[in-house]
Design a protein around this ligand. Structure first.
Ligand SMILES: *[C@@H]1O[C@H](CO)[C@@H](O)[C@H](O)[C@H]1NC(C)=O
Ligand SMILES: *[C@@H]1O[C@H](CO)[C@@H](O)[C@H](O)[C@H]1NC(C)=O
Ligand SMILES: *[C@@H]1O[C@H](CO)[C@@H](O)[C@H](O)[C@H]1NC(C)=O
Ligand SMILES: *[C@@H]1O[C@H](CO)[C@@H](O)[C@H](O)[C@H]1NC(C)=O
Ligand SMILES: *[C@@H]1O[C@H](CO)[C@@H](O)[C@H](O)[C@H]1NC(C)=O
Length: 943
């Protein structure tokens, strides 16, 4: 959130800056403004200076000729008529070239053939977001009137030319997101007119030149994400107009010079992920304008600065990951604007102040991994905007205050590994938005409150390592979203409630180390999502369910029970499965016929009962079908297909079910024409009103028109009171998730195929976001929703369906998407836009590279990165089941990883668009300069 705000501010700032540049005395400056103003495009020929125009035109055409073929086509308008009318060119009234703006043109080539000396009147160059490579030529220093130079987001390399120091009128210099290396030339200090300097996201080394102190007009200094070392020069204190100072993700060391306190206009001071040491200045924020203060992941010691105490302008504080010490009981006051506060991973002690409860805008409070003691103050519940409260791994005692029920926005509550005791308050059930609840490793006793069943959005529930008693509450069956349940190491008794088998999304279940008895309920085969179970150390008996999670579980998952049986190694086979006649004994000889007879009677009853039910159901359905015109399938004879589907699936028998998607079950259906299709039976339709349904159907109709090689074809749709069906193209390869989870198949899924899958997904998303009449947002990009054909070509499924089934609403419960793929801003706002898909794409891409979901690694890839992850060798990321990639594939993967990481930016605005992503991904990269094993993760992280 704060990041979003910061970004908005800096966007506003940039606009202001551009206006400021445009207002600089010379009147003709206005002409280069990059808005599409054509007012001043007086033809140069009319102005009469033919010789000059010819020279500039020739220089431009020479450059174009040096670019690759595709780029030349993009600039095909060049060459006809006056250069002042060519795309990307601005002239002044005299017909001199003043502006060159080819941002985001997809140009591939170098700058070495652009004869800068031919454009003496040039005021502004914007070639950002292209694929320009090679160095920045020395000649650039000849454009002495230049005020704006933006080469950001290219592949420029080598050192920054010292001739840059001759551009004495430059106000705006942006070389960010390139591959520039070497030192920042000290000549940069000659650019005294500079207002904004961005060299971030490169590979610059050496120290920050002391001459930077001469840039007394600077508002913005971005040097983050480089390899800068040494300490911050004391001359930084001369930059008294500085508003933004961002130096995070470098190797800067030493202590922060006290001169930084001279920067009284500073709003954003971001120094995270460096190697700074020493104490923090006590006077931070003495001028009272600091908004964002982050020093996370450094080696700062000593106390929290007193200056922060009354700094009421703050919206975001990050002090996490240092060695700060001291008693924090009275270190903080009330911050009316504070949104984000992280003090985790320090050596802080004392108690939590009740004042936090008066921070009316606080959405995140994280104090984990310190030595905080005392009780959780009930007053904390006054911070009603809290979305995330992490107090884990401290020495907190006392009870969980029931007042926490007031935190209605809470999504994450982490209280694990403290010494909290007493009962879990039933009021916790009122936190209905909660998705992530961790109370593990405390001394909680009594029953699990059944009200927890009201937290219907829970995805992750961990209450392990407590002394909880009683049985597992049957209301657990209402936690329809639950993916991960850990109740291990408690004193739970009784039977496993059959409702546990109704949880449609449960993936991980750990109920080990309790006193549970009886057999495993027969409902368990219904949990097809289950991937990991642990039921060891209980008193369970009887057969284990014949589902994959149980069949594939290691021995340890079953050990120390009373008498489990089943067809897995380590367990004895269940009695009725013994077929070997040699082992028969009398009991079995008697029992088998007896049980057999009972069984036959039972089955006969069941079958006849089911059949009659089925006949009745089908009859009901057919009659209601005839009375119902809300029924549509395109490209087929609708009614016939509907009936064929019901027939072919024996009315959706589970034996035809091939998967469970977010919105329903998927069946493989062979139509009488022997065409095979995938049919998705939806759980629900948008609520009843016909007008809604009309809109719904017309939008689905639009989706059936989409044809893209990387998007699963939607053939049609049936709306029916009983079943709503989507009919899709059937793909043999199954989902990407299944592929990555299968050792054998994952090994055959080589790097080159993975790169192609990533490209395919990127193309499909770019198409949906940018090439459709209205952008279509997927909202639920995950490895479950990417299907593969036999050639490993990716096909995205469920496009646009998410939005149709969960239409916009301020209601949190309608949040679409899969946990672990959802953009972080969705935790705070419901503003769904294409950038949410971009984020999910980033997660998916890492998942393909790593062979598994990146999990917590995502957090450490954000600007907050801990040093350890930054130093992690890149090849540790790669799926170990494949051998290391080499040559072109290696450099492609590296490039893709860095793009994926850019997609994971916490600020949605800073993420690239899918168009940029797909363009970037398809440009071939130069070979790696060093072996993959030597590349550190930090080198590909962009901030
Ligand atoms: C342009 O710059 C280069 C290198 O900095 C220099 O050698 C050359 O003389 C300059 N040309 C003009 C026309 O100023
Ligand atoms: C910059 O700061 C240094 C030391 O802090 C000082 O000696 C110098 O005079 C300052 N320069 C300007 C231009 O203000
Ligand atoms: C921390 O400070 C508070 C109030 O200033 C005091 O009551 C408490 O005893 C201190 N705690 C420790 C562990 O020193
Ligand atoms: C945990 O709670 C029990 C009773 O509820 C108590 O006897 C025990 O001392 C507590 N243990 C700790 C470490 O607080
Ligand atoms: C289940 O929980 C126990 C105790 O908390 C733990 O030791 C075990 O590793 C867990 N099982 C799995 C499969 O994670």
């Amino acid at each position: 959130m704060a990041y979003l705000l910061d970004k908005k501010l800096s966007a506003v700032f940039e606009v202001l800056l551009r206006i400021a540049i445009a207002l600089i005395p010379l009147s003709h400056f206005a002409a280069f403004a990059f808005a599409n103003s054509t007012t001043s495009l007086v033809s140069a020929a009319a102005a009469g200076d033919v010789g000059k125009e010819w020279k500039e035109a020739e220089a431009l055409l020479n450059w174009r000729a040096s670019l690759d073929n595709q780029s030349q086509t993009l600039l095909s308008s060049w060459g006809e008529g006056s250069p002042c009318k060519w795309v990307g060119i601005r002239c002044d009234k005299a017909g001199s070239l003043t502006g060159l703006n080819l941002s985001s043109f997809g140009l591939i080539g170098t700058l070495s053939n652009l004869s800068f000396s031919s454009f003496p009147h040039l005021l502004a160059i914007d070639l950002s977001w292209n694929s320009l490579y090679g160095n920045i030529p020395d000649q650039i220093g000849n454009i002495s009137k230049l005020t704006l130079l933006n080469l950001a987001h290219n592949d420029l390399s080598e050192t920054i030319t010292s001739s840059i120091g001759r551009l004495s009128r430059l106000s705006y210099l942006d070389f960010s997101s390139n591959q520039l290396s070497g030192r920042i030339p000290s000549e940069i200090g000659l650019l005294r007119a500079l207002l904004s300097l961005a060299l971030d996201t490169n590979s610059l080394t050496g120290s920050i030149p002391t001459s930077i102190g001469n840039l007394g007009n600077l508002y913005e200094l971005d040097l983050y994400d480089n390899k800068l070392s040494g300490s911050i020069p004391t001359t930084i204190g001369n930059l008294t107009k500085l508003i933004n100072l961002k130096l995070m993700v470098n190797k800067l060391s030493g202590s922060i010079p006290p001169e930084i306190n001279n920067l009284t206009n500073l709003r954003n001071l971001v120094l995270g992920s460096n190697e700074f040491t020493g104490h923090l200045s006590q006077y931070i924020c003495h001028a009272g304008s600091l908004v964002h203060f982050s020093i996370s992941d450094n080696h700062f010691t000593g106390p929290i600065p007193k200056g922060l105490k009354n700094c009421t302008t703050l919206t975001r504080i990050r002090l996490d990951g240092n060695q700060l010490v001291g008693n924090i009981t009275e270190d903080f006051s009330i911050y009316p604007s504070l949104i984000y506060m992280d003090l985790s991973y320090n050596n802080l002690y004392g108690e939590l102040s009740s004042k936090w409860g008066q921070c009316q805008n606080l959405t995140s409070l994280k104090v984990s991994n310190n030595k905080i003691s005392g009780n959780i103050p009930p007053e904390l519940s006054g911070a009603t905007q809290l979305v995330e409260l992490d107090l884990s791994s401290n020495h907190l005692m006392g009870k969980i205050p029931k007042e926490l029920r007031r935190l209605k926005s809470l999504i994450t509550l982490l209280l694990s590994d403290n010494q909290i005791s007493g009962k879990i308050p039933s009021e916790i059930g009122m936190l209905s938005r909660m998705k992530n609840l961790n109370l593990a490793g405390n001394n909680l006793s009594g029953l699990i409150p059944k009200e927890l069943g009201d937290c219907s959005n829970l995805l992750f529930l961990n209450m392990s390592r407590n002394i909880l008693e009683g049985s597992i509450f049957s209301e657990i069956g209402r936690l329809n979203s639950l993916e991960n349940l850990d109740l291990s190491m408690n004193a739970l008794i009784g039977k496993i409630p059959p409702q546990l088998g109704d949880l449609p999304r449960l993936e991980i279940l750990n109920i080990s180390h309790n006193n549970l008895s009886g057999s495993i309920p027969s409902t368990f085969p219904d949990i097809s999502s289950l991937t990991s179970i642990d039921i060891s150390y209980n008193d369970l008996e009887g057969p284990i369910p014949n589902i994959k999670a149980f069949r594939d579980a290691p021995n340890e998952a079953f050990q120390n029970n009373k008498g489990l049986c089943g067809n897995v190694t380590g367990l004895k086979a269940c009695p009725q499965m013994i077929h070997n006649p040699l082992h028969r004994n009398y009991v079995i000889i008697i029992l088998v016929p007896l049980l057999g007879t009972l069984f036959v009677v039972f089955i006969t009853f069941q079958v006849s009962h089911k059949c009659s039910q089925r006949v009745m159901k089908i009859e009901n359905k057919l009659t209601s079908t005839q009375n119902d015109d809300l029924f549509a399938i395109w490209s087929f004879d609708g009614k016939m297909v509907y009936e064929n589907i019901i027939e072919a699936t024996e009315e959706f028998s589970s034996k035809y079910c091939i998967g469970l998607g977010g919105y329903g079950s998927v069946y493989k259906v062979e139509l009488p024409t022997s065409q095979v299709v995938a049919v998705k039976k939806l759980h629900s339709l948008p609520n009843g009103e016909t007008s809604n349904q009309k809109a719904f159907i017309s939008e689905i109709h639009a989706l059936t028109k989409i044809r893209h090689r990387n998007i699963v074809k939607l053939y049609g749709f049936c709306a029916h009171p009983r079943h709503s069906l989507l009919v899709y193209e059937f793909l043999e390869g199954g989902s990407l998730l299944q592929l990555l989870n299968n050792e054998e198949r994952a090994k055959a899924f080589e790097w080159i195929k993975r790169v192609n899958v990533i490209k395919g997904v990127a193309n499909a998303l770019a198409y949906m976001h940018h090439d459709c009449s209205t952008p279509i947002i997927h909202r639920d990009i995950s490895s479950k929703n990417v299907l593969l054909d036999i050639e490993y070509e990716a096909h995205i499924s469920d496009f646009g369906i998410a939005r149709l089934l969960k239409p916009d609403s301020s209601n949190w419960t309608t949040l679409a998407g899969t946990y672990g793929y959802m953009a972080p801003e969705l935790a705070y706002t419901m503003e769904i836009n294409t950038k949410c898909d971009v984020y999910s794409f980033g997660v998916l891409t890492l998942e393909i590279i790593m062979g598994k979901h990146p999990g917590d690694l995502i957090l450490s890839l954000s600007p907050s990165t801990t040093f350890t992850t930054h130093n992690m060798p890149l090849n540790d990321l790669l799926d170990k089941r494949l051998s290391l990639p080499t040559n072109q594939v290696a450099s492609d993967l590296l490039h893709i990883a860095s793009i994926a990481i850019a997609c994971l930016h916490t600020s949605a605005q800073s993420r690239p668009t899918m168009q940029q992503v797909s363009q970037e991904i398809s440009t071939q990269k130069a070979r790696l300069v060093k072996p993959l094993q030597m590349i550190k993760l930090g080198e590909v992280v962009t901030v």
